[in-house]
Write a protein that binds this ligand. Structure first.
Ligand code: ADP
Ligand code: MG
Ligand code: ZN
Length: 479
């Protein structure tokens, strides 16, 4: 029997607000434990939550950017469960009436486009954190840090439309690009700002009913998502083929073994005794608010990607890389605005600039070479002032010093030599010194040509105009 895997993702996105969702405490990461708490997020009796307006604005943006409809009315609900990191004994979330419904995202896998449905997006508060091991005043033990309690999250739930681990990763990357692009999430997966639960099931090919799903909790890197899903698919198929049945449960992925293991039986929604939170009135969003949010929405990464292809003639792949982040796309376009040739600029941004960023570990926002400097550099190549090869040397110097490329070229005497007399003189010298190779070339061994080009370029310290070198060299060798 052949099996068809089915995957649906629940993604938790931590929002980049300064304060928490229902109180004024700071959301800053890494502070002293329990230093960012108040009666509301500590769950003290009598404290009342007040909704952070910014959270709603961010949720609406996320909804619009993922083609959802925005609910005019949504309701906060209490999700009841007991855990030491949840002081109220319930989490404020949304259940029957979430803020966004029925959206979709387009993904590309191996050149094939696919539309993935988004079931819903809701707002909720995060829980605190348990800390195990050495604690202040205790040799060893477990403590609760409630700094994270009540920080704002969006949960974005996909339809079970994904069929492979690669599709799941493509969807996640697309979603990650959108929420960071909108500036509503820092996207830091290591710190848990963007984390995913992967629901996985398998069914016989052609079946019309989905199989029982296992949910893999809190996977926090793209690579782990792929590994976890692939392993889980294999585990379920093996289990069924051995005559077993998949049970609905929550599993954990262990990056050290590359396997998933059972954590607990899966709760059903009714186990949580959801009910509307009486401390919070229903949230009403009018048309005017949605229209304003729509107007303020930036051009989204996919639109920009498509525009780069049509406007600047770059390839699909290049356009995707250039729109990986909003800062990079802005850098690129800033540069094109000053230079004019989108292809030429793209080669430099995708090539030298990306390499230098990777080598230095800097982000594009910290890049010492401004779009204007890069545009100037490419202009120097266009005008024939320097060769493409010398331009790389100039680029490295710009990277180090942030100085004007023109000044560097002048100071270091890097101007390209396009004077045929001067180049001919060099060629004559090289040919005279390498008579053996000249004979070989004339005897039909054309490969030696590259050797001569290299020698001439070296003798000119890389400054000879390469096209001219080729032309003159060919004439001399033939002659
Ligand atoms: P819960 O919080 O109980 O996990 P949600 O409705 O929030 O429920 O999320 C369920 C997720 O599981 C969705 O992403 C959905 O697409 C996915 N899903 C539902 N049924 C299946 C299935 N049979 N196989 C794989 N994924 C599924
Ligand atoms: Mg779930
Ligand atoms: Zn607080």
């Amino acid at each position: 029997m052949k099996f068809q895997p089915v995957i649906g993702l629940e993604v938790h996105v931590q929002l980049l607000t300064d304060s928490k969702i229902f109180c004024g405490c700071s959301t800053r990461f890494g502070a002293e434990p329990n230093s960012q708490t108040c009666p509301v997020c500590l769950g003290l009796p009598g404290a009342l939550p007040v909704l952070n307006r910014r959270v709603v604005e961010f949720a609406v943006k996320a909804g619009l950017a993922t083609n959802c409809s925005i609910s005019h009315r949504s309701v906060f609900a209490r999700k009841n469960y007991f855990y030491p990191d949840l002081p109220k004994g319930y989490q404020i979330s949304q259940f029957e009436e979430p803020i966004c419904l029925k959206g979709w995202l387009d993904i590309q896998v191996n050149g094939t486009a696919k539309r993935i449905g988004i079931t819903r997006i809701h707002m909720e508060e995060d829980a605190g954190k348990l800390v195990h091991g050495e604690l202040p005043g205790l040799d060893d033990g477990s403590g609760v840090d409630l700094n994270r309690a009540c920080t704002p999250l969006l949960e974005i739930v996909s339809e079970p439309d994904l069929r492979t681990a690669d599709e799941a990763v493509a969807y996640l990357k697309q979603l990650h690009r959108i929420v960071t692009w909108l500036g509503i999430c820092d996207g830091n997966m290591e710190e848990g700002s963007f984390r995913c639960d992967a629901n996985v099931s398998v069914m016989p090919v052609g079946a019309d009913k989905l199989g029982t799903r296992a949910e893999i909790k809190n996977v926090n890197s793209f690579r782990f998502v792929k590994q976890a899903i692939e392993h889980e698919i294999e585990r379920q198929i093996d289990l069924i083929e051995d005559g077993g049945t998949v049970v609905q449960e929550t599993r954990l992925f262990d990056p050290n073994t590359g396997r998933t293991r059972s954590m607990r039986g899966k709760e059903e929604a009714h186990d949580y005794r959801y009910f509307p939170d009486p401390d919070l009135v229903p949230l009403v969003i009018d048309d005017e608010w949605v229209r304003r949010a729509q107007d303020e929405l930036p051009e989204l990464p996919e639109q920009r990607q498509r525009r780069f292809i049509s406007e600047y003639g770059v390839s699909e792949y290049d356009a995707e890389v250039l729109t990986a982040t909003r800062s990079l796309a802005e850098y690129y376009e800033g540069c094109v605005a000053l230079h004019g040739n989108g292809k030429a600029v793209s080669n430099w941004v995708m090539g030298e600039l990306t390499r230098a960023l990777n080598d230095s570990g800097l982000s594009i926002d910290q890049c010492p070479v401004t779009p204007r400097l890069l545009a100037e550099l490419v202009k120097l190549i266009d005008s024939g002032t320097i060769s493409g090869k010398i331009a790389k040397t100039v680029f490295d110097e710009m990277w180090r010093s942030g100085r004007e490329p023109g000044a560097i070229v002048e100071e270091q005497g890097l101007v390209q030599v396009s004077d045929s007399g001067a180049i001919e003189a060099i060629i004559d010298g090289i040919l005279a010194a390498n008579q053996g190779q000249v004979e070989e070339y004339r005897g039909g061994k054309e490969k030696v040509f590259g050797f001569f080009v290299g020698q001439v370029m070296r003798a000119s310290k890389g400054k000879a105009n390469p096209a001219l070198v080729n032309e003159l060299l060919l004439n001399k060798l033939k002659g």
